[in-house]
Ligand binder design. Structure first.
Ligand SMILES: [Zn+2]
Length: 109
């Protein structure tokens, strides 16, 4: 699953956004952009090649970081909405989009 899509699924699970949240509560009531991606089913593919570990620059403060820390920068420092962060992630994600075959679609053989 692509990172941005997992984030959007996580937003549906936790409609409330969390900021600077390092405390774990017994009941999760809100999530930051990064944890939303985890709850949405994003599976980390390891340090080599995963979108989260790519080095980029934060689109707001231009700080060089990994995508993982840029997501935190956008969520906690710049207070972007998670939807906006997911949209940004889509622009830098090189993971191929999964092609969906709609029900009833004719497949040529
Ligand atoms: Zn920043």
């Amino acid at each position: 699953m692509r990172l941005g899509d997992a984030m959007r699924l996580g937003i549906m699970i936790h409609p409330r956004q969390a900021f600077n949240a390092s405390v774990r509560y017994s009941e999760v009531v809100a999530s930051c952009a990064l944890s939303a991606a985890g709850y949405g089913g994003y599976s980390y593919r390891g340090a080599i090649g995963d979108t989260l570990d790519r080095h980029m620059r934060c689109p707001v403060c231009n700080g060089p970081q990994t995508v993982r820390f840029i997501i935190m920068c956008l969520n906690d420092t710049h207070r972007w909405s998670r939807e906006k962060i997911a949209d940004w992630v889509d622009t830098i994600d090189e993971t191929p989009k999964e092609s969906v075959i709609e029900e009833g679609e004719l497949v040529a053989v």
